[in-house]
Design a protein around this ligand. Structure first.
Ligand SMILES: [Zn+2]
Length: 130
């Protein structure tokens, strides 16, 4: 493991631990008590909570996946290299976002392309022609 990545490595491990702790399945979840009218309302909020939790959980799962991948890349000595152009990723960039897979230039390029894609099919077809 490269010396300068040791710190990032410990950051990633710490972050992963926090995510793991935060995402323990809720054990003391309130169960709607059968109390006439209130029951229905309670049920409705519970459903909303579940939906929110599902979105949050998905986001956290994605984060955990990215962190695990970054940890593995450090362990495999594959970390800090841009997946697109193969250049070294700036250390300051890695410190700001340790899960970065692209260098600054490639990331900017990708965001530009994504924006164009969102703008509609017209922009895309003109891209192919040129
Ligand atoms: Zn690059």
């Amino acid at each position: 493991m490269r010396e300068e990545y040791r710190y990032i490595y410990s950051l990633l491990i710490g972050h992963l631990n926090i995510l793991n702790e935060r995402c323990q399945p809720a054990k003391n979840k309130k169960v709607a008590t059968p109390e006439k009218v209130a029951e229905y309302l309670e049920q409705a909020t519970l459903e909303n909570d579940c939906e929110f939790e599902l979105i949050m959980r998905k986001r956290v799962e994605q984060q955990k996946k990215e962190i695990k991948e970054a940890i593995k890349r450090i362990e495999d000595d594959d970390y800090g290299t841009c997946m697109k152009c193969g250049r070294e990723i700036d250390l300051r960039r890695l410190l700001a976002k340790p899960t970065s897979k692209l260098c600054y230039q490639c990331q900017a390029q990708q965001e530009k392309e994504e924006k164009m894609r969102k703008r509609g099919s017209n922009a895309e077809s003109s891209l192919i022609v040129s």
